[in-house]
Write a protein that binds this ligand. Sequence first.
Ligand code: SF4
Length: 407
Amino acid sequence: MKEKASKKKSRITKRTNPNLIKDMLHKKISRRDFIKYSVYAGLSIGAFALLKDLMFKKKSEPKMSEQNLKEGMKEAKFYEARGDTVYCQLCPNQCILNNNMTGVCRVRKNINGTLYTLVYGQVCAAHNDPIEKKPLFHFLPGTRAFSIATVGCNMRCLNCQNWSISQASPGDVETQHMTPEEVIQQAQLSKSKIIAYTYTEPTIFYEFMYDTAKKAHEEGLKNIVVSNGYVNEKPLRELSKVIDAANIDLKGFDKDVLMKLTGGNLTDIKRSLKIYKEEGVWLEITNLIVPSYTDDLKKIEEMCEWVKKNLGEGVPIHFSRFHPQYKLTNLPPTPVKTLERAQEIALKKGLKYVYIGNVPGNEFEDTYCPNCKKRIIERKGYLVEEPKIKDGKCQFCGEEIEGVWSF
Ligand code: SF4
């Protein structure tokens, strides 16, 4: 392909520029002709460049070798095979895959009637983050979580902030192969007692997450997920046994808008939230308010009512500020006023812990006792003052403060 392209290039240039310039140098053509031919030459070169782009565009080089890619392959859980066709049952996309097809998430492939995860242990991001970054505000404040991800996602959010890895396929970005034991070892070396499955959608690297989380529990570590909640009931109930806390993105409460913004189905996400609660996983919710998509205050009110009724008034909710990115660079950031209105609505509906996120220095990134209203956890970005909470109670008035405050 490369040779063909370069041959074509020399044919075009020979026909135009070299002789023309030679003639010009020997003054055989007029200045007018020179300008005319130069325009033709310019057009030809432009056309060639376009043609080359369209016809001979080289696929970007894979960032990983065949051997690396093979290391990430492992038979997947939660699928059914009928002949050569595979029915993935991990998430509500319920992909039906013929031989050699890959699911919506890009990381599960049917090979001759067996479904494989392609990203087992293929870590594309690993950082030691403050727990507040997830955000989890009522789960071991001031601690750090060793956080990992692989490529892939089962949603297609227009505003994704990690699109370069979430919307990538195996081989598109560099990864480091890690076993569950190596992840645990890295967490311990970085003095984290928590492992976070985050950045992309952890559901799509379920097998790796599950094995790591199970072993981490055996070693006395805790596990947290930051997820879109787009997972089927059976895998979620199984996973919940080894997960201690979750921050779930409830990305909107209007089913049509949610579908348009993310490609996800609201009913399935609501079911996941209830399951986390039933299974005793500490739960917090993030709601990113995207102007013109999810800033309808009536819908926010409905969402708060639903959260209180189905999950309880003690589930913290984080209203988060949108910043223009990925496919929504045309939108402005969420006005702080809108976030404050959402916060007022949530408090009015009876939710006890309501936060405003992505607005540095905002007073509502602190925790206030729902009874005496005193500030009991002060935050400055990811820095946390010693919580004024003793044995799970407000130090000032003795009110119980929902959360996990010690290991
Ligand atoms: S996990 Fe992937 S392959 Fe399975 S149903 Fe979801 S998107 Fe499809």
